[in-house]
Design a protein around this ligand. Sequence first.
Ligand code: AMP
Ligand code: GLY
Length: 414
Amino acid sequence: MKILVVGSGGREHALAWALAGSGDNEILSSPGNPGMASVGELAATGVGDLEGLVGLAVSRSIDLGVVGPEAPLVDGLADMLAKRGIPCFGPRQAAARLEGSKWFAKDVMNAAGVPTARGGIFSDARSAIEFMEGSPEKFVIKADGLAAGKGVFLPESSLEAEAVLEGLFGGSLGESGASAVVEERLIGPEVSILAVCSGTECVILPPSRDHKRVGDGDTGPNTGGMGAVCPPPGLDADFRGLAKQLIIKPVLQELARRNIDYRGVLYAGLMLTGDGPKVLEFNVRFGDPETQVVLPMLRGDLAGLLMAAARGEKLPDLEVREGYCSGVVLASEGYPGSYRKGYPVSGIDSVKDAIVFQAGTRLEDGELVTSGGRVLCIAATGDVLEESLARVYGEVEKISFEGSFCRSDIGLTV
Ligand code: AMP
Ligand code: GLY
């Protein structure tokens, strides 16, 4: 089948790679990146040009759209493709509110009896401060709307909490911060669950763990993710079953009760608390860099699975390989703050024992150069975690660009 992959990051490269390797599929990526050109064709339409993407899908007789980022889903790309009879793996606008509004997600979880932090929604600072009962260090403040990873705050003092709330309500994040969810701060290791959903049915992909802080030992500012492992070491063998019964199924059933038919991936960010797993957030898309380590663990017809979900059909199960996959992000010096672009990237061709997913790269006069903060994600499997990590770090050594850095403890911290 002909598949349109929308997006241009490491996650989309992993999707294009896995879909190209599963059955007889032709991949068209838009806008894609130079790495994705090696697994299919590239088109130039950007992720914000929804009409352009629909026009591309129609003119190229696309059988299935697979959408990477959340913004086009929240803006209705799946609905627009459906109107033209093109199945889309990615939920429609009504369902994408699970990511587009933290309060909508909380309301669905509360109605479905899904464990999550107790919270409230506020649009004035005074009520929000009152809710925190003088202990802001026990709460988290979140902009209700999409904030590209910049909308979660963990205040350590009342002064800080007030400044955050005044910033949000004063427009620092635009409409996204016009209301804020305040919820209890949870403690524990985090796990990401990616579930392929078709209405109330789902297939839970193997769990993974993202490393969000920029520095070793989980220090420094949060990033989009500096690396990931699948599965997280030490997790119960039946964690997928637990996540399905406790979280994903009840959410899908509650959505169905609200006449929302969820077709796409539901990403649950979980914290393993002393009282069991609790949901921190939902995303309506694959995680990045989780996807880069989860997809290499799958065997079988991924395209068939995504197509069945996009059509709302019964889902085939997918085989998961034994062992582990580890992924390490090579980033540009300065990231997640400001960084320079345009440095030549060398050594990718000499990598033999890992997969190199490209993210922040572009071609300049035929030469591969950096064009983003997270430049590459290098992923490798192994029978045990240590083997996959040794492979990845061995291969990372072969790649260089000016100012490149990575964490050296992916998979080793929680
Ligand atoms: P989110 O965008 O909601 O996933 O939040 C980003 C990060 O903030 C999460 O990965 C957690 O590390 C942290 N976080 C979010 N909600 C909570 C919470 N209720 N308690 C503790 N940490 C949280
Ligand atoms: N890795 C976190 C995310 O994709 O949201």
